[in-house]
Design a protein. Sequence first.
Length: 313
Amino acid sequence: MLLLPLLLSAAPLPPPAQPVRLAILGDFNGPYGSTTYPAPLARSVARIVNEWRPDAVLSPGDLIGAQKASLGDAQVRAMWAAFDRDVRAPLSRAGIPFVFTLGNHDASPRSPRDRREAATYWAAHVPPLAFVDRAAFPFRFSVTLGDGAVFIASLDASGPDVRAGQRAWLAAQLASPAARAAGARLVVGHLPLAGVSAGKNRPGEVLREADALRQVMEAGGVLAYVHGHHAAFYPARLGRLNVLSAGGIGGRDYVGHPGTARSTVTLLTVWPAQGRATFETVDAATGQPVDPASLPARLDGLNGPLVRVTDFR
């Protein structure tokens, strides 16, 4: 009998993960109690909806102007209604989900009323996302985007303390099957690990125990920590971790660099197969591009230094 060789064909490899595009938009609240927003916000939302059309918006917080005891409950609810009208609803109509963290002006740890109203608003407007953990939503949660290619953990960093219990939660999330299967892992929180802007470069405006939190992210293979609060766009390296100070509407000067304030919005393109991310940033007031290489090479703020990078890898 003639025996023919058995030909085994290798199983087809899965296609490489497509890039996941995230518009970074936060720190756009108006003055305390305001139910209108600065004009560059409408232009930024229009750019996101009509031009960029990203897979999601990632917001590092300060969506409304609360955190003032004299504001009544009705006024806080009116601010959430304004956010819904001007930001969430236009994005929702365009099919763009909103991934967020809450800022000090949204849900300060010192304001039970603000946290209650934030929880009420978001319970009625849960984003259509692939949640991994939503037990403490909206204060902390995790999701995946791009069919699992990107994992995002949202921390409650609305105040300066991210304590041991929340660090343990983050470590567990980063060790979860969903995080391990993702090609890129991001963490978003409001307050920064290190000082970026001159006006906020002081204790209470950056995270305490920042090194402990950074080490959790480094150990978990986080590509970048995305934060707000300092309202100054700056992509940097801190230790072995990439950090993105997301900027905002109504920017602030960099530490040691007066006259550098501007409003910004950024398109972050994450390449999961490469474990890399690139960004396209524009001045939200003028529409002109902002070249990361034009930013200060280093910022020596509290908990720093931060060393500028032009992409994340």
